[in-house]
Design a protein around this ligand. Structure first.
Ligand SMILES: Nc1ncnc2c1ncn2[C@@H]1O[C@H](COP(=O)(O)OP(=O)(O)OP(=O)(O)O)[C@@H](O)[C@H]1O
Ligand SMILES: [Mg+2]
Length: 353
């Protein structure tokens, strides 16, 4: 089911807007993540989609139907929360079948559906157990199966993996992707973990301060962050940032003057600082001194001192340690300029370069 927000605003207290004006369309059949820091408005947005929370103004559409005035039940969404909220006294079979029981579906039919769903989420060997006898990952699988029991218009998941340990989180996020592909149900997944969002989503909506910062594919978020917030929020290690004027002399022959005068902040990804000009799309050469090189397992990082700024690179592993000063190169990919409002004005094939 396609979901559209038109000028949706939400205020909890009638004074300040927690969500400013949200406009977006989530395509039918997609898996979309809502990603952002704590308090950014992810859960609020999800609750507006589900109908648990009424919009203060604006319109919400499911397909072409205006559902703004419909409650959660009428919207027929399936929800999964961080704490699985399974019924402890019911078996796995009865937990999954519970929403169908509420709808007075006959026992044989609802058990058949529960068994199909248990197979889908790989808990079909646990049907007679109680939730307390399952691991966290298994409980979350049961919660997903239960949310799917009513063949919902949408599957909404609010930080469903945050109670699981790191390894299980990775396994379960792959499972959510698989289950979504197999069912084709439009799925909206809330997380504050960028790695999780980048791995499983068709598209990611980055929310901060009640506004959409960017809504695009994971690749675009990384390769073409539309503003400084997204550039800093997405990517590990965090992008290097420095005042653009410090680079002025090194950029002047390579970037248009009218862009340079508007540039306030430069963003340089750690992999965009390289030791040689091997024709990998070099933008310019910089002179800097090598501070420190470290290697942990497969990961090698080095810090450079450039115009009094510290820049982190992940591409300088093989460099001789005694080479304290020298020439380094910045590649075009991973180099960005932002104006005084933090908007992207150069890099990632920005329109106006
Ligand atoms: N019921 C409420 N009444 C008043 N303010 C609320 C309510 N729920 C959330 N808020 C406020 O709205 C803002 C957005 O909250 P929301 O829960 O949507 O954030 P979030 O992105 O889900 O954060 P988290 O990652 O911590 O779950 C926050 O400033 C929060 O304090
Ligand atoms: Mg939340």
């Amino acid at each position: 089911m396609k979901v559209t927000f038109k000028d949706v605003r939400l205020s909890y207290d009638g004074k300040t807007d927690t969500l400013k004006q949200l406009n977006f369309t989530i395509p039918d059949g997609a898996l979309v993540s809502l990603l952002g820091p704590s308090g950014g408005g992810k859960t609020t947005t999800l609750n507006l989609i589900s109908g648990l929370l009424p919009a203060t103004s604006g319109q919400i559409f499911f397909g072409d139907t205006d559902v703004t005035k419909q409650d959660a039940l009428q919207r027929k969404v399936g929800m999964v929360f961080q704490n699985y909220a399974l019924y402890p006294h019911l078996s796995v079979r009865d937990n999954i079948a519970f929403p169908l029981k509420m709808q007075h579906v006959a026992k044989a039919e609802r058990y058949q559906k529960a068994e199909e769903l248990a197979k889908l989420v790989h808990v079909d060997d646990q049907l007679n157990k109680k939730p307390g006898e399952l691991s966290g990952g298994q409980q979350q699988r049961v919660a997903i199966a239960r949310a799917l029991a009513k063949s919902p218009s949408l599957l909404l998941l609010d930080e469903p993996l945050s109670n699981l340990d790191a390894r299980l989180r990775i396994e379960m996020r792959e499972e959510i992707r698989r289950i979504q592909r197999e069912t084709g149900v439009t799925t909206i997944f809330v997380t504050h973990d960028q790695d999780e969002a980048l791995h499983i989503s068709d598209a990611i909506m980055v929310l901060n301060d009640g506004r959409i910062q960017q809504f695009s594919t994971p690749t675009q978020l990384y390769d073409r962050p539309e503003n400084l917030f997204v550039a800093k929020f997405i990517g590990e290690p965090v992008i290097n940032t420095l005042p653009a004027e410090k680079l002025a002399a090194d950029l002047t022959n390579h970037i248009d003057g009218d862009i340079l005068v508007r540039a306030e902040t430069a963003g340089i990804r750690s992999e965009a600082i390289v030791p040689n000009d091997y024709g990998q799309g070099v933008l310019t050469q910089i002179h800097a001194s090598l501070h420190q090189a470290q290697k942990y397992g497969r990961e090698a990082t080095a810090t450079l001192d450039y115009q009094g700024e510290t820049l982190l690179s992940t591409e300088l592993a093989g460099l001789p340690r005694d080479q304290s000063e020298g020439d380094f190169f910045l590649t075009r990919a991973g180099f960005f300029l932002f104006d005084n409002r933090g908007e992207l004005i150069y890099g990632g094939d920005a329109d106006d370069q």
